[in-house]
Design a protein. Sequence first.
Length: 143
Amino acid sequence: MSGFDFTIDMDNLNPAVWFGDTPGKRVCLRLCSPEKVEEFREECTTTKKTAVLNTQTKRMEIVEDCPFDKKKFSQLLHCYSIADWDLDDVNGNPIPCTDENKLKLMEVPKFVQFINECIEELAEQAGIRKKDEIKNFESSLGG
């Protein structure tokens, strides 16, 4: 068992951490708490009730279908996990840290790789994720 070697900020239980030390090339990330992940799962799952004919009994039955919107779930994770950034475009202009821009950059393989590596490091620093859980999280980010 490891010692209790960290401090707790009760006003910010899930702090974001900056990665990168070059101005215009820094990203601030945070991990999703299990509660936040569950909130996103619920938001991405819709329950549909449909009347269908049971071919054996010849009666109508109500069937529940709960489709999961994986794309929306990934987008929510991206937008939450990327707390802020200091990024410049090729002309040196700052790129605003908006949800729209976060999702655009998550289409860039090099950016995704960087984010995945930083999330893995953040998780290891937090000491709360196992390698398999990190890989599952990365796969939801498109890694």
